[in-house]
Design a protein around this ligand. Structure first.
Ligand code: APR
Length: 232
């Protein structure tokens, strides 16, 4: 089976009702990114940051995977699919995708404030634990923090992601403005000769100079179209 590697961003989950970051009305217009998505913001006001992610986590209980997530999961019948996502929601998994690499962390997990990438401290929350409070502690005694990669922090999963991208027979980009590195740089590891598809209702600037099959559609209709193109 061919290796199909998909890089997804916030646009993947837009049709499930989760806001993107940089579109009009997006999250970064409503919340100051330096307050809620940087280690400095967390140090300055942990309460605010914990509440911000509690709200995001609660939203997971209200949304469901869209047709795009579901069709992607279905591609596992015909391809060896790896989903590399910048999203912190769990909609790929809930749609049935079995191999998902989260570059920017996961809302459903929490970790230590002192040593966030230590696997010993990373823990999956049950839905009834989604509301994290000040004073809730990780196994090392530090405040529980969201297992989220903030701006300025290392992206430990990028090396794993690169390994899969290097072996891609087909590469698909869905719903990302490609503004944030190192995720946006994954395109440079796609082997020459591997076809690249891009699904997004808006134009996305790609600087690599390589040929890209652009599917100018939302995620659900776009993955449907992709399926047709791949079966030809
Ligand atoms: N279907 C597909 N794509 C869509 C849809 C849709 N229905 N609606 C919007 N989009 C596209 C937008 O046109 C845009 O190109 O999704 C993209 C969203 O871009 P961003 O908001 O910049 O989100 P993303 O690229 O995922 O952001 C990367 O930045 O702050 C962070 O850590 C956060 O992981 C995030 C990273």
């Amino acid at each position: 089976m061919k290796n199909l590697v998909v890089l997804t961003g916030a646009g993947m989950s837009a049709e499930s009702g989760i806001s993107t970051f940089r579109d009009a009305g997006g999250l970064w217009e409503r919340y100051p990114v330096e307050q809620v998505a940087t280690p400095q913001g967390y140090a300055a006001n942990p309460e605010l940051v914990i509440k911000f992610y509690n709200d995001r986590r609660r939203q997971l209980l209200e949304v469901k995977p869209n047709q795009g997530h579901i069709l992607l999961a279905g591609l596992e019948k015909d391809f060896n699919v790896t989903v590399i996502t910048q999203n912190v929601d769990n909609l790929h998994e809930r749609a049935g995708s079995t191999h998902v690499i989260h570059l920017h962390g996961e809302l459903t997990k929490v970790t230590s404030s002192l040593d966030p990438n230590n696997p010993e401290y990373i823990r999956e929350l049950r839905p009834e634990e989604y509301e994290v409070r000040m004073g809730d502690k990780a196994a090392d005694g530090s405040q529980l923090r969201p297992f989220i990669v903030w701006f300025g922090e290392p992206v430990p999963m990028i090396e794993t992601a690169i390994d899969y991208v290097r072996k891609a027979d087909i590469f698909v980009i869905i719903g990302t403005s490609l503004n944030v590195y190192p995720a946006a740089g994954l395109l440079y590891y796609v082997p020459d000769g591997t076809p690249v598809y891009l699904i997004d209702p808006k134009e996305v600037a790609i600087s690599s100079g390589r040929k890209v099959h652009v599917i100018r559609m939302g995620a659900s209709a776009g993955v449907e179209e992709l399926k047709k193109m791949l079966s030809q």
